[in-house]
Unconditional design. Structure first.
Length: 358
């Protein structure tokens, strides 16, 4: 009887923490259309669609301003809705971002998910967007689309991590705090930029790409690009455990390339990686005066700690705390950013500290 009760309890807990259960009654999706959107390049779109997912309900203060909004931002080639499941333990009752208390907004960035992107029809004639453009569109979604003029928190993974830093400078004071996961607040150079360049050029050098006007996907170039992305985001300990034989390593790699090549459009990938070309918040880090919790992992191939970048940059941010998660059996390289079980305790302490300041 005891074992049966234990099994039922475990099943109940798993259901509770399931992304399909957490906030299910309060989950919504929609599209916001930003009219006459002007990009940093000077290009314009009469209508820019931003798809979004929300969990929880907005709660307004006596002044009518939403008090409990959290902006959750995804990584390159990802989507807001795709971030819900990995982050779901954060939204359970009593968790750091319990959706009975917080209103969590997951936008699909420009060029990603179900938001406006090159593959909708314009292909390589789509405006050449930057991270500043993506953040501007997120702000318009919040203010014009959802009636949110203040954020309790901006939290982002990888590309979304970099967007969090852009938010801190571009719209100083809009958010009470920032939690950037897996990035550095400085220009993308060195090996990071080299791999991004490799991803783009393996696609554009495929004859089937045809300047972006292909009728069939340029699979040779796209698969090669995904191979570079795999190396960029992988971690040796993880892959060694998952593929302990030659046969399993080969089949895992082929499966990954097949899955990614089917899921992604070549032009969308080009735009997504080129969008980081002007990113560099480092000259104005002193402008980020709100509390910041920056978290990286020691086995992150994209942001290797041996570069010492965070140790140089974080002291310039007045209220920043930097956490470097040590490599372990639990970390996932760059993908540690989507493992709340590893860094959720640090986030919980940070959020409680924000509450104590109020």
């Amino acid at each position: 009887m005891l074992s049966t009760m234990t099994a039922r309890l475990r099943a109940s807990l798993l259901l509770l923490l399931s992304p399909f259960a957490v906030g299910l009654a309060q989950r919504a999706e929609g599209d916001f259309v930003a009219r006459d959107f002007r990009f940093a390049s000077g290009e314009t779109l009469p209508e820019l669609r931003i798809h979004y997912t929300t969990l929880g309900r907005p709660r307004r203060g006596a002044d009518g301003i939403v008090q409990n909004a959290v902006l959750m931002l995804h990584g390159t080639t990802g989507s807001g809705s795709g971030l819900v499941a990995p982050m779901s333990p954060l939204f359970a009752p009593g968790a750091p971002l319990d959706t009975s208390r917080y209103y969590v907004v997951f936008p699909d960035g420009i060029g990603h998910g179900r938001s406006s992107k090159p593959s909708d029809g314009l292909r390589m004639r789509f405006p050449k967007y930057t991270y500043d453009d993506m953040v501007d569109a997120q702000r318009r979604l919040l203010v014009e689309g959802l009636g949110v003029s203040r954020l309790r928190l901006v939290m982002g993974t990888s590309m979304g991590c970099m967007h969090a830093w852009v938010w801190g400078e571009r719209y100083a004071g809009f958010a009470d705090a920032l939690v950037p996961l897996a990035c550095a607040p400085t220009a993308i150079v060195g090996r990071n930029r080299m791999i991004r360049k490799l991803i783009v050029e393996t696609i554009t050098s495929d004859p089937a790409w045809k300047g972006g006007d292909y009728t069939q996907p340029p699979l040779l170039g796209l698969r090669a690009a995904m191979g570079a992305l795999f190396v960029m985001t992988s971690a040796p300990l993880v892959q060694h455990r998952q593929a302990p034989t030659r046969a399993r390593a080969d089949s895992a790699m082929v499966a990954y390339l097949d899955r990614q090549a089917r899921a992604l459009d070549a032009n969308d990938v080009i735009y997504a990686f080129e969008a980081s070309r002007d990113y560099d918040p480092s000259p104005q880090l002193e402008k980020v005066t709100v509390p910041v919790l920056a978290i990286n992992s020691a086995d992150d191939f994209v942001n290797p700690p041996e570069l010492g970048l965070m140790e140089q940059l974080i002291p310039r941010v007045p209220k920043a705390t930097y956490v470097l998660v040590p490599t372990s059996e639990r970390t996932r390289g760059h993908g540690t950013h989507s493992q709340p079980a590893i860094w959720g305790e640090s986030l919980g302490e940070f959020v409680r500290g924000l509450d104590d300041r109020d």
